[in-house]
Design a protein around this ligand. Sequence first.
Ligand SMILES: Nc1ncnc2c1ncn2[C@@H]1O[C@H](COP(=O)(O)OP(=O)(O)OP(=O)(O)O)[C@@H](O)[C@H]1O
Ligand SMILES: [Mg+2]
Length: 610
Amino acid sequence: MIRKLSLIAGPGGRNPLGSTIVLAVLAAIAQGTAAILIVPTIRALFASPTGAVRWLVVLAVAFLVQAVLLSLATWDGFKGSLRIIDVMHERLGHRLVKLPQSWFDGRAPARASQITVSGTMFVATVSMDVIVPLIVDLAVPATIAVGALVIDRRLGLALITSCLVVWVSARLSSWAETRAEERVRVQQLDTDQRLLEFARNQVALRSAGVRGTAYEPLADGIENQRRAMRRAVAASITGSIVQSVVTDCVFGATVSLAVWLLLGGADTATMIALIGLVAQFIGPLRLLASFAVTLRKAEEEVGAVQELLDTPVMPEPDEPRPVPTDARLSFDDVRFGYDADAPVLDGLSAQIPARAMTAVVGPSGSGKTTMLRLIPRFWDVDSGSVRIGGVDVREIGEDALHRSMSMIFQDVYLFDDTLEANVRFGDPEASPERLTEAMRRARVDEIAERLPEGARTRVGEGGLLLSGGERQRVSIARALLRRAPVVLCDEPTSALDWSTRRAVQDALEQLRSGSTLVVIAHELSTIRGADQILVLDRGRIVQHGRHDGLIAEGGMYGRFWDERARSASWRIGRHEASADERTPKDEQTPKNDQAPEDEQTSAGENENEN
Ligand SMILES: Nc1ncnc2c1ncn2[C@@H]1O[C@H](COP(=O)(O)OP(=O)(O)OP(=O)(O)O)[C@@H](O)[C@H]1O
Ligand SMILES: [Mg+2]
């Protein structure tokens, strides 16, 4: 454990507890020596009380030295554990921000939050509360055993043997307990995951009439956790019983040995002194057993921290290149799959011009979102390349790459801060005028109006005081404020109010002239108005061009458009067209391709396409 801690302590590997350990060992040697000194002191007392004074003074000095050293060790341990918390948090923090997006998909984040919050605290507390007593309780019996060898070889050997017996039994029971606890921990992670899933899917589950106990994965998780905990408790109780039986047997055996030695001719004074010595020897051993499990657990937590620190990060270029001012994008024969054996993008090539809007369309699961994720390097391509202005995104430093992009995605998670601060996040340096303008254009001002403290109202964790559409408007305002060279947008498909859809449309219109704008488009007006449309099917671009040309070509885009136009036309009877909802482009589009009714499609009705 101490070795692992030194590794985590970082470059140079200085052990954060090095001085504590030295002080604790010295304190223990002083304590053991004091215990040994009891033997000559008692002998001297029996021989002549005046002659014993000298020994009593020596004994008192030994105890004093031990007390001072122990206090120093404890204080040093306290400072060491604070250092450990700092170092662990700092290193974990640095690592977490560099981990690839793929890492955040699985179970690892639940475990990581457990490690960073409770794990590091646990390790630090253990370093403070356990390391010093543990070293003392190990070194005191060892010193006594060595001292006893000098007094009586047989007794010394017996004490050393006792140490070994207690140590072996402690290792065995802690091993069994640790295994049981590991099972509890794995099970608990599983239950946490199920619980999260259950909470996220409340709407679907309730509409299917499924309640907590009827949701099988969760019920199974809880039941498995209960079983694992029962086993852990049983293992812990068994371990404690075995430990105390072994220690008591050792105590009995050594006292018996001392009596036997007396019968063999040792004097009464030595006998009494030896029994006292054995008691001093056994006391720390008893305590030692109780530390074993805690220590094993701390060791595991340190191992988990190490594992997290060893998780591979996205490779960064040695000499990062700046983001080119020409922000055109290109995909060159890109192959990528989340799993090695299931390619999602399969030889995708595309050119995306700067200062223009490119719409990406295609069936659900064709890889549209995946294609966008490769641009900010949420994942790296398996082969081929993604380039900005001709420079491979892998050659650009991660910070610069992310600074050059705005992302308007569907799952927007806001900070637990004010509405205004959440928008300002797009560009912390922006002037108040620009901030107000961005909020107005993204219709965030409408949200502020209904909040009790306007734009200064806190939005709650993740933005829970706002609707999905409102959160998305905040991310649009951020993008407008940032004016990044590249803007990636996953256009809202459903469940969004008219105001948000309009805010998205307005934002796209504004951004297209200054940025390389790539939109996974669902609105027919966006698609029709795009400077370029990429049609994606099964991970490849099957058609590209402008709307009119693609319609003339027929093929997949023609079928897609016909289907959309049909599904939109049956809705027109249910929705009155409003001139306000049409974009100027709708007015200019030829009659045969027009689907103005799409603009009136109510929230949640255009799931047909994607
Ligand atoms: N994080 C992920 N891990 C594993 N597989 C994924 C992940 N994200 C997407 N996939 C898979 O990759 C494929 C393409 O998904 P993607 O989200 O890119 O499609 P899409 O075209 O955006 O679909 P939609 O229109 O439904 O949003 C799908 O088969 C999907 O199941
Ligand atoms: Mg998608």
